[in-house]
Design a protein around this ligand. Sequence first.
Ligand code: HEC
Length: 202
Amino acid sequence: MKTIAALPLVLAVCPLLASCNSSGTERDFERMVNQAHFEYYEEAPFFDDRRVMREPPEGTVPRERFLGPPEVISGMVDGKFVEAIPIPLSRPMLDHGRERYEVFCAACHGVGGDGVSVVADNMELRKPPSFVEAPVLDYPVGRVYQAIAQGYGLMPTYGQELGVEERWSVVAYVRALQLRTKGVAVGVLPEPVRVRMQEELR
Ligand code: HEC
């Protein structure tokens, strides 16, 4: 009941408000934008060093920066690409890597990593290389990781689409594709698989 009773009042006030606005007495909602301010690189007498562009306080970390051991975050240690995937591997992770690979890499590098794709056929300047042939076949895993994280030459970065762990899972899947073509050294097989293989081959 109350709302209905108030309705005529609201309707009566509305034209008044509208007329306020058109009469030029409206509030200046742009005053935060239109206030006195310095331009980049201008001199600012307010600060002792007169620099208007301030340094962030020591220890400030960009919100989007990943924190963690350098080998995990950058794929490098002491200026060298890591040779082994620096986080624990698991079956679900490899499956996820496959799924991400097929979404983000296969269109160019081919579903099997062999560089055969429609996009590759049509890329004229530089073709996406095959992962299962030299030189990429012999790259340390850190280099593959870095290509994802930072991009490489004409290839864009996929650092926005894939988080650190996801990048490593894609690297793991690329490794799996590579091992499949390389043939796997008996020594790297897990114990139960090796035993079974040796029995079956005897
Ligand atoms: C739009 C096509 C495209 C997509 C998608 C793409 N790449 Fe590439 N990739 C390229 C091209 C082209 C090159 C060669 C760039 C050059 O040499 O300038 C390349 C190069 C590479 C290299 C070699 C880098 C080096 O150091 O020599 C690796 C490794 C690689 N890509 C991995 C990936 C992975 C992993 C993904 C998925 C996350 C991916 N690429 C997605 C086009 C693509």
